[in-house]
Design a protein around this ligand. Structure first.
Ligand code: BES
Ligand code: ZN
Length: 612
């Protein structure tokens, strides 16, 4: 069993947290009844055909949880998050016995209980109740093949096309389909793992150290406590390249559903970022920023997701400004993302509860289904507003450092953060900045709709103007060819082109024929390899029913499976002509097998909504 170590806070008493009482309706577990001291995974990976059946692909082995009972009255069972795709075949219990160094593990009974469509409870019954403060170890033997937590790819779905690949994506609630656990961001613990792979494969994990144990085994240790969703594994025919010290990136296969995922010590990124321009930098800065906001200080439940993403957007843009100056690409991206948020709010209705910073998590609703821009951009605006109240960038930067120091290795609610903010700035507290009419902290958190404060983005205006004016020219019934030709777009950076295309899309459908001419005039746009440009060109093509270029949409959707690219294009196809709708159905039929299971479900909803 893991030995009792002082808490990472250095053993000093830490402030009582609002989050200590918070519920997580997305977890089926009794995580408040135990302290999870350590998790060890001992898994063997086998690549075979998709299951079920003998020899099919899967991970099998054991999960070992070191626990301490926290119930003053004792506990009669351990309830963990699990998923129907985990086949648990045995459970054993090792209990501390006075005088016995390594007491034997005894088989115990277990059963599952339905919870929601995204998980179930795995209950391990104790023959005798464990008492308060008692240490115990629970050993679970299990196997996982197909399922939403472990993503298996055939060789042809990888870059090398020779060997299969497997990866896990835990956020938000998918790791319960990888190993049985307390699948809540409220709980943090250290883990280790021993992973056995077939000949010629390499395993990597989100861990602080790793070593090879024999030709086919990899041993990992994460020596800082992290939440379940940050445990990640990938196995494949991996090659490595030295690009810089101390920070590992894993370029994922094209079907990886996100731009980036902040798995500690090993950020996962989409290969779409290898565009040859600077588009990689922002995402990497974003994921590195999560090291502090999200990974050290974590939202205690998914309703407070903005604490992860809003702070990270703020840190990302602070860093970009320092690195690239005030006219940094992020300023454009920020404008265009705010435009998107605006559109999102217009489409979903400002009053939509998802347009609140703090989302009320409903039992039975998968937190991933509520994913949208609000926690990112409204979160960014709120943090910017709090910086604006302070009025001095250095002071606010120092506050952010103090905030991370105060809450590192813990999971918090917005109230914990806001209490700390007001304590740190007593003069603001005295001024009651929390209840300034129209800008009440409570309003920021709990009222849906457009943020009451936006940071000043005017420095970027002058550079964005030309893109806006050019878009205006292309929206005319009679094209002013002279004026159009006078604007040279070849020196424009990708983000300026992106902004231009966003404006074109806003004005679409354009008068007949204009999009065809636009595509011919700017082959660098209509034949772009950059994914952000391909997405937007696809959206424009569909909005204008420019069928000549439909094949580009299809090709793009075959080439990658990022959720943020895939869903808007299917929305556009299904909102388009008969031909566009047919394209959607055909494309989905032939790509579904390579997409992440969440993305498959979302596309399904768009292409053939349930109940239609
Ligand atoms: N943690 C998120 C990705 C995520 C969110 C996965 C929710 C699962 C559930 C990651 O840090 C992220 O925000 N990625 C962005 C990058 C962008 C904002 C620079 C992405 O993938 O687009
Ligand atoms: Zn993020």
């Amino acid at each position: 069993m893991a030995s009792g170590e002082p808490s990472p806070g250095g053993g000093a008493a830490r402030r009582p947290l609002h989050s200590a009482q918070a519920v997580d309706v997305a977890s089926a577990s009794n995580f408040r009844a135990f302290e999870l001291l350590h998790l060890h995974l001992d898994l063997r990976a086998e690549f075979g055909p998709p299951g079920p059946g003998v020899g099919s692909r899967g991970l099998s082995g054991t999960a070992v949880l070191d626990l301490r009972c926290l119930e003053p009255e004792g506990a009669v069972e351990l309830r963990l998050d699990s998923h129907p795709c985990l086949e648990v075949t045995a459970a054993a219990l090792r209990r501390e016995r006075p005088g016995s160094e390594e007491p034997p593990a005894e088989p115990v009974s277990f059963y599952t209980q339905p919870f929601s469509h995204y998980g179930q409870a795995l209950c391990v019954s104790f023959p005798q109740p464990c008492s308060a403060a008692e240490r115990l170890q629970v050993l679970l033997t299990y196997r996982v093949g197909e399922g939403p937590g472990v993503c298996w790819l055939a060789p042809e779905q990888t870059a090398g096309k020779k060997k299969p690949f497997v990866y896990t994506q835990g956020q938000a609630v998918l790791n319960r389909a990888f190993f049985p656990c307390f699948d809540t961001p409220a709980v943090k613990y250290k883990y280790s793992a021993l992973i056995e792979v077939p000949d010629g494969f390499t395993a990597v994990m989100s861990a602080s150290t790793w070593e090879k144990r024999g030709p086919n085994k990899f041993f990992f240790q994460m020596c800082q406590p992290i939440p379940s969703y940050l445990i990640a594994l990938a196995i494949g025919d991996l090659v490595s390249a030295e690009v810089g010290p101390r920070y590992d990136l894993l370029f994922m296969p094209p079907s990886f559903p996100f731009g980036g995922m902040e798995n500690p010590c090993l950020t996962f990124v989409t290969p779409c970022l290898l565009a040859g321009d600077r588009s990689l930098a922002d995402v990497i800065i974003h994921e590195i920023s999560h090291s502090w906001f999200g990974n050290l200080v974590t939202n205690a439940n998914w309703g407070e997701f903005w604490l992860n993403e809003g702070f990270t957007m703020y840190a990302q843009r602070r860093i970009s400004t320092i690195l690239f100056g005030l006219f940094f690409p992020g300023a454009y991206v920020c404008c265009s993302r705010l435009t998107h948020s605006r559109q999102h709010m217009d489409i979903t209705g400002e009053e939509n509860p998802l347009n609140k910073l703090r989302v009320k998590s409903e039992p039975g609703v998968d937190p991933d289904d509520t994913y949208n821009e609000t926690p990112y951009e409204k979160g960014f605006c709120f943090v910017s507003y709090l910086a604006h109240l302070v009025g001095d960038q250095d002071q606010f930067d120092n506050f952010l450092k103090a905030y991370v120091h105060e809450f590192k290795f813990q999971s918090i609610l917005a109230d914990d953060f806001l209490d700390f903010y007001l304590e740190y700035f007593p003069e603001l507290k005295k001024k009651r900045v929390d209840i300034i009419p129209g800008f009440e902290f409570d309003r920021w958190l709990n009222t849906p709709g457009w943020p009451p404060y936006l940071p000043d983005l005017s420095p970027g205006d002058s550079l964005m103007k030309p893109a806006e004016e050019l878009a205006q020219l292309w929206a005319a019934e009679e094209l002013d060819v002279k004026a159009i030709e006078a604007v040279a777009i070849s020196p424009w950076k990708t983000y300026q082109l992106v902004y231009f295309l966003d404006k074109i899309l806003q004005k679409s459908p354009l008068p007949p024929g204009n999009v065809k001419t636009l595509g011919e005039t700017y082959p660098s746009i209509s034949n772009a390899r950059n994914a952000e440009l391909r997405l937007r060109w696809g959206q424009i093509v569909l909005k204008n029913d420019h069928q000549e270029d439909f094949w580009k949409v299809k090709e793009f959707l075959h080439n990658q499976g990022k959720q943020k690219y895939t869903l808007p294009l299917y929305h556009a196809m299904m909102g388009g002509s008969e031909v566009a709708q047919t394209l959607a159905k055909e494309t989905f039929a032939s790509t579904a097998s390579q997409l992440h299971s969440n993305v498959v479900n979302y596309v399904q909803q768009i292409v053939a909504p349930k109940g239609s």
